[in-house]
Design a protein around this ligand. Structure first.
Ligand SMILES: [Zn+2]
Length: 258
């Protein structure tokens, strides 16, 4: 699942291709919205909100979330698509570009003044104009018994973090992802680091949390069994979730994190 920095970049690119342009095609291939046709309307802007993308077009907003497999592609008119057409959930075209949303995890169309119905539950957005570190900290502390690794992924607390940042933040702060929030001293520093890391990566094509762009880009994420770069202990892998259905992979160093 993409992190907020990936979504930010995707929205920025979509905005550059679409903003100010009139749609010559609008094809939403989701049953509930198949009759929505915004052809002839002008795209005002495309903005990220946490890991969601909002396309503001006239009185409407096309809301999408990439989830596991989704992506928005931008093609110059006349160039072939790089994914099969049957995976397309939305096709928006201007005279210059075809913008195609493939396998989007969430796609709906709402009235623009009703965006809160789809993104209103999100906490402060790490890359948004509303970022509020104090509020994010308060939100995280609301449930002191919860594992910090779960609290960081809960988009109601703060919006934008995914699995990579969850694992990396816990390593960098020396915290086991299973440690309850109440036992994390200096949780504010975790929030500050989250902001710094995601800001540093938002305009990069390749994410790094180590500062290294060529070699090893993560400390623990995806490094099962490999030696910890700090202490040499093999990195462990496990799953963490609020329920058996929501388990997500995580990684940690059993020596550096307590
Ligand atoms: Zn270590």
């Amino acid at each position: 699942m993409p992190e907020g920095d990936t979504v930010y970049r995707s929205a920025t690119n979509l905005n550059a291709a679409l903003a100010g342009h009139t749609l010559v095609r609008c094809d939403i291939r989701v049953p509930a919205f198949a009759t929505v046709d915004l052809t002839g309307q002008t795209v005002d802007e495309v903005v990220p909100r946490g890991k969601h993308i909002l396309m503001r077009i006239g009185d409407h907003t096309i809301h999408s979330h990439l989830k596991m497999e989704g992506s928005w592609h931008i093609y110059r008119t006349g160039t072939p698509w790089r994914r099969p057409a049957w995976q397309a959930r939305a096709i928006l075209a201007t005279t210059d570009h075809n913008v195609v949303g493939f396998q989007l995890g969430v796609l709906d169309v709402v009235n623009r003044d009703d965006e809160a119905s789809v993104v209103g539950y999100l906490g402060p957005d790490l890359l948004g104009p509303d970022w509020d570190a104090d509020l994010a900290l308060q939100n995280l502390q609301r449930d002191p018994d919860r594992e910090v690794g779960l609290a960081l992924l809960d988009q109601r607390n703060l919006a934008g973090l995914g699995n990579v940042y969850r694992a990396e933040l816990c390593f960098l702060r020396g915290i086991l992802p299973t440690r309850p929030v109440r036992d994390v001293t200096n949780l504010g520093k975790v929030v500050d680091l989250a902001k710094r890391l995601i800001e540093a990566n938002k305009d990069r094509a390749e994410r790094t949390t180590t500062g290294n762009l060529r070699g090893q880009r993560t400390w623990v994420y995806g490094r099962t069994g490999q030696p910890c770069s700090r202490c040499g202990t093999p990195i462990l892998h496990g799953e963490l979730g609020d329920s058996a259905l929501q388990l997500r992979d995580t990684w940690w160093c059993p020596n550096c994190q307590t």
